[in-house]
Design a binder for this molecule. Structure first.
Ligand SMILES: *Cc1c(COP(=O)(O)O)cnc(C)c1O
Length: 363
């Protein structure tokens, strides 16, 4: 299989073996003469897929018994309104760490008061605020563990006495997490779990039971829990492909093993950035994301030259988000260390070229 070095931020790279299995299931699933796209979601075979996927999530993340696993649609963005719709009584608290946190805040304001406990906006969201207080009458505190666009990540989750909710869309399954710290975790699948179309929810049952009385069915977590994610037709193919991806993760040693590899990949790239004469990381210290590494050229004029230089060498997806500029390199689970090594060596080559070709330009 011919593959590019796919550093795209999402939908993301998936392991080649997962793509091969998914492709063959689209043609003839389990040699049963039907495509995975045609089978009934109520068939025994597909029920086994949902059960298996749920079990993989539980095993990989060591989810405690009193938690429910749901597979919903509408992406992580639907959670921005579904959460306050279910849980915001008078007021909810949000940590403002960037673009997606902002979107969550905007939706919550439709349902009640929002307390922004801290914001790193004044520094272009280049760090995670560490100290803040949360109003005790808040229905919950909402965090974004990995800020996909800005390249920051929360490594120390706060101890709070209100329910803790976290958008883990872009770092779920990338590192060991203590699920018991959270009342509800959600993640759009297409960053680090599978193809687009499915949103994973891991939630404490007692928290789900505390939801408001009157919630539209399609937004009611309890209905999806009690119907085992089968209240309506679930995203069959997305769940199936996510199952294959989680099987792959389990086979290579699970979250503990992939975390070691993710640390190594991020270190390799940040080390290069920290000693580069032409590039610089935008995030420093303990807020640096291992999943999305953001950087700029010291001289912005060389940025397009670098993109051109790497384009014909199979590097894909490192242009920074349209509102942020610069570069963003996503290092999701399926991205091999070898791809980072290729990128780093191209960065070194480009640096040599810039220095040699024009020693007079300001870099
Ligand atoms: C991509 C992303 C979202 C939005 O996900 P959709 O599934 O496209 O709605 C939300 N939060 C974070 C942290 C993301 O990276």
């Amino acid at each position: 299989m011919i593959k590019k070095h796919n550093f795209g931020a999402g939908p993301c790279i998936l392991p080649a073996s997962v793509l091969e299995k998914a492709a063959s299931a689209v043609i003839n699933w389990n040699q049963n003469g039907l495509s995975i796209l045609e089978v009934s979601h109520r068939s025994e075979e597909f029920e086994a897929v949902i059960q298996k996927t749920e079990q993989l999530v539980k095993d990989l993340m060591k989810v405690p018994d009193d938690y429910a696993i749901l597979f919903l649609q509408g992406g992580a963005s639907t959670q921005f309104s579904m959460l306050p719709l279910n849980f915001l009584a008078q007021k909810a608290s949000y940590l403002d760490t960037g673009f997606f946190a902002q979107k969550a805040i905007k939706e919550a304001r439709l349902f009640g008061a929002v307390e922004v406990v801290a914001s790193s906006r004044e520094k272009n969201y280049t760090y995670i605020p560490q100290t803040y207080e949360v109003c005790l009458s808040s229905s919950y505190l909402h965090l974004t563990s990995n800020n996909t666009i800005e390249g920051t990540e929360i490594f120390d989750f706060p101890q709070v006495s209100v329910p803790l909710i976290c958008d883990m869309s872009s770092d779920i399954f990338s590192r060991v997490i203590d699920v018991s710290q959270f009342d509800l975790i959600y993640a759009g699948a297409q960053k680090n779990m599978g193809p687009a179309g499915m949103t994973l929810i891991i939630a404490k049952n007692s928290f789900l039971d505390s939801a408001k009385e009157l919630v539209p069915s399609m937004s009611d977590y309890r209905i999806f829990r009690d119907s085992k994610s089968m209240f309506n037709t679930p995203p069959v193919f997305s769940i199936y492909a996510a199952m294959l991806n989680l099987e792959w993760l389990s086979e290579i040693g699970g979250v503990e093993e992939i975390e070691k590899l993710n640390i190594e990949k991020a270190r390799l790239l940040y080390d290069e950035l920290d000693q580069s004469k032409i590039f610089q990381a935008t995030v420093h210290g303990t807020s640096r994301s291992r999943m999305n590494v953001t950087f700029t050229a010291r001289n912005p004029e060389i940025e397009s030259g670098f993109l051109k230089f790497i384009a014909d060498k199979g590097i894909i997806g490192i242009r920074g988000y349209r509102t942020v500029g610069g570069f963003r390199v996503s290092l999701y689970n399926a991205l091999p260390l070898a791809s980072v090594q290729v990128l780093v060596s191209l960065m070194k080559q480009f640096e040599q070229m810039v220095i040699q070709e024009n020693s007079s330009i300001i870099i």
